[in-house]
Design a protein around this ligand. Structure first.
Ligand code: BLA
Length: 499
């Protein structure tokens, strides 16, 4: 039993809903009843349930028929009205998916004068977001605003890294809640199929981690009906493994909102409470919008930072190249501009290797090591090679980790071993995990169980440098391009002189 089992849980078709609301599924064309949740019993009594529903539903649905017919395909639910059933006021929301119309009934939240969470969001939150100067500041504002809108005891904003692990960037907590600020959560906490669903459906509420799922009953023979796809249903019953995860964490209710940047799941806003908690549809819509506003602002911030970064690196590259063209243009002249050479790649050291000779600046391994490394690199490099964990691929690097744990190299010649190599030192990193990530889920009674403890577990990561960013690799390639041009021109000039 391994983590692959987590990723194969059929979370879109659980065949059940959470018990804080009621559901009916209708044929999209004829609006005939196809399935209903078993808990209608609580509202209409124990006698023949399909018959009672057949008697009740026309009164509820006929007034909203035009709305049901006008639903767009496969987007989240829309509010379509409210009704009274058995003395209870219920909000109706509906969506259409895979030739079905789903109508969900949720307890109506009395109008408390805060009816316009969306209004305050736009009036107060958007101007604040625009003033924020960093991604972390944006996330802190979002955590605070979600807490204000919903009242959850703990709100986290976390970002997924390249390996899918989540890092908590911002947090708002009330007294009595443990802090997870700065902690990491392993990638396996949110398996692949859940991430895929959360890209499409951007919000989910689990009102109580202790709930007993309510089965959906079909009015037609089961064989005649494909399993109902609840991807967009607000009441979708969630994975039992995840419910156990919540209970292990001491969380009785959770809500999470997707943060999607450039079409990818960038992170989640995740809310917890020690007590069960329901959030009205109106407020969930505001939270979903907040998630989208945050996504757009993060995208803009990241884009701006990337552009500024690339511009600066390009300027340094051009300076370096123009100095080289003014001199007699041999590659080893590059080390005469140590500051620029290092800044292009934000490196601690750099070396120019021309076959069996090398010239160095900054903090590098000793020359024999550089030449041996160049030999190793020559058989691997195309135009460029980079790694932030050289000792993994090239164990000899363990001996010079404090200078060269990370390496970025470009090749200037297809014929000769002419390389430019940048070095970055080892950065020993202490990662605070929320629970030991090596603890795999265990199988007991034929079922998978998540880890039990979320106590801080510190891991020391060695053998790595800061990762090379896209802009730095691009600058190295740009410099390479210019150098290849200069070398070619010199070769031509020499040939002319000789001729
Ligand atoms: C879903 N896992 C989730 C969700 C979150 C997390 C936020 C979305 C549901 C929700 O909003 O609660 C994880 N929750 C976290 C993290 C934090 C948090 C990282 O609060 C950090 C503060 N989970 C496991 C293992 C499995 C697993 C071992 O730990 C493997 C079976 C599964 N998690 C799992 C599944 C879902 C999930 C299947 C989807 C639940 C669903 O939507 O049905």
């Amino acid at each position: 039993m391994d983590l692959a089992a987590c990723a194969s849980e059929p979370i879109r078709v659980p065949g059940a809903i959470q018990p804080h609301g009621w559901m009916v599924a209708l044929g999209a064309d004829d609006l005939q009843l196809l399935a209903y949740s078993e808990n209608w019993r609580d509202l209409v009594g124990d006698a023949d349930l399909p018959a009672s529903l057949a008697a009740l539903l026309p009164a509820l649905l006929t007034p909203v028929q035009p709305k049901l017919r006008g639903l767009p395909d496969t987007v989240g639910p829309a509010a379509i009205g409210s009704v009274s059933v058995a003395g209870r006021r219920l909000d109706m929301i509906a969506h259409r998916s895979a030739a079905r119309v789903f109508v969900e009934f949720e307890p109506a939240v009395p109008d408390d004068g805060l009816r316009a969470p969306l209004y305050t969001l736009v009036r107060q939150f958007v101007p604040l977001l625009q003033q924020a100067t960093s991604v972390e500041a944006l996330c802190a504002l979002a955590a605070e605003e979600i807490q204000r809108l919903t009242g959850f005891g703990r709100t986290l904003v976390y970002r997924f890294d390249a390996e899918g692990h989540g890092e908590v960037l911002a947090e708002t907590i009330e007294p009595g809640y443990e802090s997870y600020a700065g902690h990491r959560f392993p990638a396996s906490d949110v398996p692949a199929q859940a991430r895929e669903l959360y890209l499409q459906n951007r919000i989910r509420l689990i009102a109580s981690a202790d709930y007993v799922p309510v089965p959906l009953r079909s009015t037609v023979p089961d064989a005649a009906q494909a399993p109902l796809d609840l991807s967009f249903a607000a009441l979708r019953s969630v994975s039992p493994v995840h419910l156990e995860y919540m209970r292990n964490m001491g969380t009785a209710a959770s809500m999470s909102v997707s943060v999607v940047v450039r079409g990818r799941l960038w992170g989640l806003i995740s809310c917890h409470d020690h007590a069960p908690r329901f959030v009205s549809f109106q407020t969930r819509v505001a939270c979903e919008h907040l998630g989208q506003l945050l996504s757009l602002q993060i995208e803009a911030k990241e884009d701006n930072a990337e552009v500024a970064d690339r511009l600066e690196l390009r300027r340094i590259t051009l300076d370096l190249v123009s100095q080289l063209t003014d001199s007699d243009a041999t590659l080893q002249q590059l080390v005469r501009e140590p500051a620029s050479l290092l800044r292009i790649a934000r490196a601690g050291g750099a070396a120019v290797v021309l076959d069996e000779s090398c010239w160095m600046v900054g903090k590098t391994p000793p020359p024999p090591e550089v030449l041996r490394l160049a030999q190793w690199l020559a058989s691997r490099i195309g135009d460029v090679f980079h790694t932030d964990r050289l000792p993994e691929a090239y164990p000899a690097a363990g001996a010079f980790a404090e200078a060269g744990c990370g390496v970025l190299a470009v090749s200037i010649s297809k014929v000769h071993r002419h390389l430019l190599i940048w070095f970055r030192p080892e950065m020993v990193q202490t990662i605070e995990w929320a629970g030991d990530p090596r603890k795999q889920p265990v199988e007991r009674d034929g079922q998978l169980h998540p880890r039990r403890s979320f106590a801080t577990w510190r891991e020391q990561v060695r053998g790595r440098s800061l990762a090379w960013r896209g802009g730095e690799v691009a600058a190295a390639l740009e410099l390479r391009q210019a150098l290849v041009g200069i070398v070619l021109r010199r070769a031509e000039e020499l040939a002319e002189l000789a001729g």
